[in-house]
Design a protein around this ligand. Structure first.
Ligand code: C2E
Ligand code: CA
Ligand code: CA
Length: 658
């Protein structure tokens, strides 16, 4: 308890050193006031000297005040200089500690001098009263000026007041007793005020500090926020926003310091399948691995960002940006060529890459980015896995496709489309046993387009779902009553992607009343390779309905018969490219004969399409091909034409296998 009190007294009387902030604030306020304090001390001493010098005793009335004044002058000046400079914390503490000590000694000196002089007042009550006034004034002004250095203010007040009050309580027969008590009480009041003021001052400094700390924290959070807003959390790469900002800066530069800039847009091929087949965790892992591989081949100084689910983009700004971009793309394609290991799986993906090199036309970041995207899109639409540099004709092509897409939408509403039928002939019986429904666009105001031109556009835009079902419905309606004839309808791989596809087929069969057993759907192999599980699911569902499924364009791709077995196809359609060479190229002849033989052995029937010559028909029939389709027999024709020709039995004398 006692110890505690002493410690508190000691801390009140010494300069605080633990709070740097408080020390600095104190020092700033204090350094400005202290020259004024010395000025007041000096004028006080001079006033007393002026009165007392006439009583003689220069050792008391002249020399001490002169020395004190000189000391005040020197100290005042040095503080004036200190107050105008930036002082390190430790020096500030040292200055204040020195002042603290000095305040004590100066207070002692002034008090001792004043009290000593009092005796020499020589009965001059005014002169003596001036001493009282001088000491009280000095003490009050010191206390006032030293307010920011509490220790010094307390020192001075205690050292000044205690002897003063004691001395004057008894001096001169108690004439000054009231003044002594007055000053003692006033001093107590001043100490209380000093303590309160100093506490508030320290408080203010502390609250300013906490405000600043809060501000710093807010700033830190906002910095962190903007960092996160510019980072892709999965890969840690910059995101699209960061890339656009970067690109904005690059493309916004003035010609003088502008470097050629290339934008590389990378879209992974086959990522979605990995994601669908193995789940998002594996997909995320794959993205992370790919990001690391891309960073590995990224040219120095370039920026790589993840700009979408499986899309990355790089901005390369170097004097040879296009060259660097091409080298980067080669690196990217090479690094993605081998299968990627994820845990105990190996997945195979590729990349479609578009490159745009900034033109002197100074287009903005958005435009550069768009162009790279257009170039990438072109690669995607033309077989994927590769690179294309943007050129304006890509935009024209894209616009043309966009126009066709819009026209197709209109065509579906405005009844511009038609379905024609190409007869399929039994190779042994020489009669038409089936037809293949083929889409036509005869009433297109801009001029007729072949399905080869507009089907791929419909596939890309998703319109194929509507188109496909339109053909199916129309064909089912048309052939409902032509009972002897089976109906083949093409299904685009893109339609398999529609989860409602099977339901759509079922609905049309129910609504039209067309028997499922008479329907055959032709699919191309592309989708089977890309999405084996979904394809197998759709095919087995269709087969449970009773619908037959044929593999179209067999021989144009890479599908092996063994691979096809697991889908349970009912039929394969030999591609025209094989049929074309079956009579001219011996190897093709052998291959076709083998394929037909094997398919038959596996319970799959074979149709040859694109048969144009009797020789082809003969050879194919000989090899065991059950059905033939081609211009030799008939071109595709309208329902009316088909019915008319069927009535006239127009089927040409087919070349029998015999
Ligand atoms: P595809 O499914 O292979 O259809 C056969 C194509 O070969 C038809 O062309 C047909 O007219 C043509 N063709 C048949 N025999 C001969 C011949 O002896 N010589 C020659 N040079 N050509 C012959 P088309 O009608 O122009 O259709 C082209 C492709 O467009 C079709 O190839 C098919 O992939 C697609 N397509 C047509 N209609 C539809 C449809 O309704 N839906 C879907 N998804 N695709 C369709
Ligand atoms: Ca077909
Ligand atoms: Ca075909």
């Amino acid at each position: 308890m006692k110890k505690n009190l002493i410690r508190r007294l000691h801390s009140s009387l010494s300069v605080p050193t633990d709070d740097v902030e408080l020390i600095r604030a104190q020092f700033r306020a204090f350094a400005r006031q202290i020259p004024l304090l010395y000025f007041i001390l000096a004028t006080n001493a001079l006033a007393v000297m002026f009165t007392f010098v006439k009583f003689g005793h220069p050792w008391l009335s002249l020399y001490p005040p002169s020395a004190l004044c000189l000391l005040c002058l020197v100290r005042g000046f040095s503080w004036w200089r200190i107050g105008r400079t930036q002082v390190p914390d430790d020096i500030a503490i040292r200055h204040m500690q020195r002042t603290n000590r000095l305040a004590f000694f100066i207070a002692v000196a002034f008090t001792a001098w004043g009290l000593a002089l009092f005796a020499y007042g020589d009965g001059d009550a005014y002169a003596k009263a001036q001493i009282v006034f001088f000491l009280a004034l000095t003490m009050i002004s010191c206390n006032f000026c030293l307010m920011h250095l509490r220790s010094a203010a307390l020192n001075v007040t205690l050292v000044g007041v205690a002897p003063f009050s004691l001395f004057f309580f008894f001096a001169d027969d108690g004439h000054f007793r009231a003044a002594a008590v007055n000053l003692a009480l006033a001093a107590i009041g001043m100490i209380a005020i000093l303590m309160i003021y100093y506490r508030d001052f320290a408080h203010l400094v502390a609250s300013r500090r906490s405000l600043r700390e809060k501000q710093a924290e807010t700033q830190r959070l906002s910095d962190e926020n903007s960092r996160l807003a510019n980072i892709d959390s999965l890969t840690g790469l910059p995101n699209r926003r960061a890339l656009m900002t970067h690109l904005d800066e690059r493309s916004g530069r003035q010609a003088a310091d502008a470097l050629p800039t290339a934008v590389v847009y990378i879209d992974l091929d086959g990522f979605k399948d990995v994601n669908d087949a193995y789940g998002h965790a594996t997909g995320d892992r794959l993205i992370d691995i790919v990001a690391a591989q891309l960073v590995h081949v990224l040219p120095r100084g370039a920026m790589l960002a993840r700009v979408g689910g499986d899309e990355f983009a790089a901005v390369i700004s170097t004097p040879d940006a296009e060259h660097a971009a091409r080298a980067f793309v080669s690196g990217v394609l090479a690094s993605l060529a081998p299968p990627i290991r994820i845990g105990d799986r190996a997945v195979q993906i590729g990349a479609s890459v578009g490159v745009c090199c900034a033109e002197p036309d100074g287009c903005d970041a958005q435009e550069l980015f768009r162009r790279a995207d257009v170039a990438m899109d072109h690669v995607k639409a033309n077989g994927k896995s590769g690179m294309r540099v943007y050129s304006p004709d890509l935009d024209l092509e894209r616009q043309r496709q966009q126009d066709i897409e819009d026209q197709l939408r209109r065509a579906l509403r405005a009844d511009e489309l038609e379905v024609v039928y190409q007869p399929i002939v039994d190779a042994f019986e020489n009669r038409v046993v089936a037809v293949e429904a083929l889409l036509r666009w005869p009433r297109r105001p801009e001029g007729e387009l072949s399905p080869d031109q507009f089907i791929p556009i419909a596939e890309r835009s998703g319109l194929i779902n509507q188109l496909g079902l339109f053909v199916l419905r129309r064909a089912c309606e048309d052939f409902l009553r032509v009972e002897a004839i089976k109906l083949a309808v093409n299904v685009s791989p893109a339609q398999f992607r529609d989860p409602d596809f099977e339901q759509g087929v079922m609905r049309i069969l129910m609504q039209t009343g067309f028997p499922a057993m008479r329907l055959e759907l032709e699919v191309t192999e592309g989708y089977l390779i890309d999405h084996p599980q979904r394809a197998a699911g759709v095919i087995s569902f269709l087969k449970t309905l009773g619908v037959a499924v044929a593999l179209d364009d067999f021989g144009a791709g890479y599908t092996s018969i063994a691979y096809l077995l697991k889908y349970g196809f009912d039929r394969i359609k030999l591609d025209k490219s094989l049929v074309d060479r079956v009579t001219t190229d011996k190897a093709t002849g052998v291959l076709v004969a083998g394929a037909i033989h094997m398919a038959n052995a596996l319970d799959m029937a074979v149709t040859a399409e694109g048969v144009e010559s009797e020789e082809q028909a003969y050879v194919l029939g000989l090899a065991g091909c059950q059905r033939l389709q081609g211009f030799l027999f008939s071109r595709p024709m309208s329902l009316g034409a088909f019915l008319a020709s069927a009535a006239a039995e127009p089927v040409p004398a087919a070349v029998s296998a015999a």
